[in-house]
Design a protein around this ligand. Sequence first.
Ligand SMILES: [Zn+2]
Length: 365
Amino acid sequence: MKIKEVTAYLEQLAPLQLQEDYDNCGLLIGHPDTEVTGVLVSLDVTEEVVQEAVRKGCNLIVAHHPLIFRGLKRLNGTDHVERTAISAIKNDVGIYAIHTNLDNVVNGVNYKIAEKLGLKQVSILKKKKNTLLKLTVFVPEGEATARVLAALHKAGAGEIGNYSDCSFRTTGIGSFRPEEDANPVIGRRGALEEVEENRVEVILPAYLKNPVLRAMQAAHPYEEVAYYLHALENENQEAGSGAVGFLPEAMSVEDFLPYLKQHMNLSVIRFTPVSKMIRKVAVCGGSGSFLLGDALAAGADAFITSDYKYHEFFGAEGRILIADIGHFESEVFTKDLLVEIISKKITTFATCLSEVNTNPVNYYY
Ligand SMILES: [Zn+2]
């Protein structure tokens, strides 16, 4: 199996188009046509991780954090990023980053945290907007409609939450006059034609626009396909930042803190307390302080994230428990998630969990 086949599979689950603007996800080092000998999954890529990959016979590292974030202008080995990149290139080890695109999907980084905390009825905390389209296409009644619909669904259109193959159609009369150079499937040149057609409507994520339109064109019998694409204002239930869900039962803060410590395997929690029971919990792996307003709006009793600054804790104002559990600690289970994702589908090579502790932060207490 080639690198491009592995990354295509990962990008089906976490499309690159869902990464944040500042991010740099995707294949950062290596050629897509290289045969994969094994995958090493890591949170960060360091020189030690590259050496581990070589030792374990893995020529592809799948990491959460992009090694190259802001671009490289030279490769002299003067800092850890350059040295790690040089080491990967010298050892023919590819590096693939699956970062905010994995944060922003259902069953991604934040759903993994929710799973570790035993949260129920989990949904995305801040759903993305302006990422959905509606396609309306006119198809002759009968077999052609079934064929076009099947092609649209196969290309990923018509998915709403836990429902697939969603569509709506009405029947009406389509009219057209084929011009001199036309090759009409129905009707003849110069004559006004009226045909019983279905108006078919499906929803689709904007990033699937091109494959869906290609599938529609290929399945449609007409030489010229009449269709409209509309941008939708709907929130995207499938994509966005953070997650929110409910604990199995309400807990006091005194009970919640040890619960959080145990379930996320923490040594320390920085928190600002609240005087209420904890039931609804918002989570965001990595730096999540930008989601405090969304956590409050969702009615969360606690917000679990990391990289909180001193002054930002004041934003709680007694309304919510903010718990900063550490950046590495909040995302470390992403490694398990990636191993699960890859080994579920791909069995032609080994998928290994990196054993290198890449957390640069230590605690002395
Ligand atoms: Zn992170």
